[in-house]
Ligand binder design. Structure first.
Ligand code: KIV
Length: 263
């Protein structure tokens, strides 16, 4: 019988220099394919608002949506570690953060919740309740209406220093994983080396401890244009399973992301 990966397994992978593979999934069929191939982490991302529901941002996604899709994914895997996103405004107060994270874990079956931004007090509150937390810095899609556009973050020195300081503060607050989205590769390298927790990059260069992509982007079935940092893994293969395996292999041997997928 296969056992589920734990956060300790992911931390051990960082320590021994093995890259962590992660993809998003939102349903049982894709969850089972990712698991069969050996993808280490499945993220039930609130990107489902864009790729499943057809919205232009992740903002409309509800906790109910996240619980439903998390349950579909978590029921279908046997090994992969599953993380669920806390969606927009579901952690506006500590009380709501606790209640909604508990729903994702108890009803959705996720092993960890992810929240966006330098929310150190929320992280330490959740961790105190026994809820493992993944931070998310760099480009924060839930803040798109404040940012105005999806763009690389941390390009100038003060912004880069802020992201780096916040990454360390999230770790100190108890986060056990960090997603870094759309930041210069050099900044992501420095943060990955500085932190003891695994750093999973998306558009953050090859030196992170692991990589994540939105599944529909790498299968080239997205309804919006594939971002520059992603790659179509369906070229040269005959099935979705082979594309996922090609991604898994490319990340493990540090062939992906290549310089053209990095900033
Ligand atoms: O929602 C999502 O898919 C994510 C990834 C882009 C990291 O948060």
């Amino acid at each position: 019988m296969t056992t589920l990966l734990s956060i300790n397994d992911l931390t051990d992978m960082k320590r021994r220099g093995e890259k962590i593979t992660c993809l998003t999934a939102y349903d049982a069929s894709f969850s089972a394919v990712l698991d069969k191939v050996g993808i280490d982490v499945i993220l039930v991302g609130d990107s489902l608002g864009m790729v499943i529901q057809g919205h232009s941002t992740t903002v409309p996604v509800s906790v109910k949506d996240m619980v439903y899709h998390s349950r579909c994914v978590s029921q279908a895997r046997q090994r992969a570690f599953v993380i669920g996103d806390l969606p927009f405004m579901s952690y506006a107060t500590l009380q709501e953060a606790g209640k909604n994270a508990a729903r994702l874990m108890q009803l959705g079956g996720v092993q960890m919740v992810k929240l966006e931004g330098a929310r150190m007090d929320y992280v330490s509150f959740l961790v105190d309740q026994g809820i493992p937390v993944c931070g998310h810095l760099g480009l924060l899609p839930q803040s798109i209406n404040q940012l105005g556009r999806y763009a690389v973050q941390g390009k100038n020195t003060p912004d880069a220093e802020k992201i780096s300081e916040n990454a360390y503060a999230l770790q100190q607050a108890g986060a056990s994983l960090l997603v870094l989205e759309c930041v210069p590769a050099a900044l992501a390298k420095q943060i990955s080396e500085q932190l003891s927790i695994p750093v999973i990059g998306i558009g953050a260069g090859v030196d992170c401890d692991g990589q994540v992509l939105v599944l529909y982007d790498m299968l080239n079935i997205g309804i919006i244009k594939r971002p520059r940092f992603s790659k179509n893994f369906m070229t040269d293969v005959n099935s979705i399973e082979e594309a996922v395996a090609a991604y898994h292999r490319a990340v493990k041997i540090t062939q992906f992301p290549a310089p053209e997928h990095s900033f």
